[in-house]
Design a protein around this ligand. Structure first.
Ligand SMILES: C[S@@+](CC[C@H](N)C(=O)[O-])C[C@H]1O[C@@H](n2cnc3c(N)ncnc32)[C@H](O)[C@@H]1O
Length: 222
């Protein structure tokens, strides 16, 4: 029998750490923006998800946006979702902390924003954050959700995906000694949205690699 492949990810599950405790709270990392900028500039990037837009609609169970709606793509990655919107005649704006990510969607996005504070108020019918929350520290994520809520129209929806461990323990998945994915249990995610004034519900789940499953939340601005 061949040797087993070495596990790529190391999962740290704090036994009693609350979500807001120091172990779960990934402090603003000075290299964080640079990390994503490098990922976008590096063609061998490890962390891009390149999610198929059809899966996004399926996993969230969300209606396809219509051409009279304005969409915000949060954490655009390699731009699949923004490109899909543009192909369907839907106005899409993009938010990403990496300038290189925004350069890639220049042709398809109406506007690109490097920070959530710059987003216009009451503008979007739909905002989507796919494979983003796991990379964002608690404080930054709360700030992001607050700003995105501000930018939604009344009745506008935020579709936001989170990962969690099957054990439902808060945890940090590491890759090569660096925090890679922050796993938050669904009830923590629900209260993150509700505490920012969104009506929140879970709209789907999907199992991924052995320990982690993805879950999908819909937050509506009342
Ligand atoms: C894993 S990729 C996901 C890309 C895409 N949404 C997908 O599903 O294919 C994460 C993206 O989020 C961006 N990002 C990371 N932290 C962010 C933050 N705090 N605000 C906005 N974008 C962020 C990264 O630059 C990267 O483009």
């Amino acid at each position: 029998m061949g040797r087993m492949k070495r596990k790529k990810h190391l999962i740290k599950t704090p036994t009693k750490a609350p979500l807001s405790g120091t172990r779960m709270e990934r402090k603003a990392d000075p290299d964080y923006k640079q990390f994503w900028q490098d990922e976008h500039c590096n063609s061998n990037s490890r962390c891009m998800s390149t999610t198929n837009p059809n899966n996004v609609f399926r996993w969230f169970g969300m209606p396809h946006p219509t051409s009279n709606q304005i969409v915000l793509d949060i954490g655009v990655g390699t731009g699949e979702f923004a490109t899909h919107c543009n192909d369907w005649g839907i106005t899409v704006d993009c938010l990403d902390i990496a300038p290189a990510a925004l350069s890639k969607v220049e042709q398809v996005a109406r506007h690109g924003y490097l920070s959530a504070e710059s987003l216009p108020a009451n503008e979007y019918d739909v905002a989507i954050a796919m494979f983003v929350t796991q990379h964002v520290a608690d404080n930054n994520l709360i700030h992001l959700i607050t700003q995105v809520r501000r930018s939604l129209k009344r009745g506008g929806k935020l579709y936001i995906q989170f990962p969690t461990l099957q054990t439902m323990e808060p945890s940090i998945v590491e890759n090569e000694g660096k925090p890679l994915e922050i796993c938050r249990p669904p009830k923590e995610a629900l209260s993150m949205l509700e505490n920012r004034g969104l009506q929140a519900k879970e709209v789907g789940q999907r199992l991924t690699f052995p320990h982690v499953f993805l879950y999908f939340m819909e937050g509506t601005k009342p």
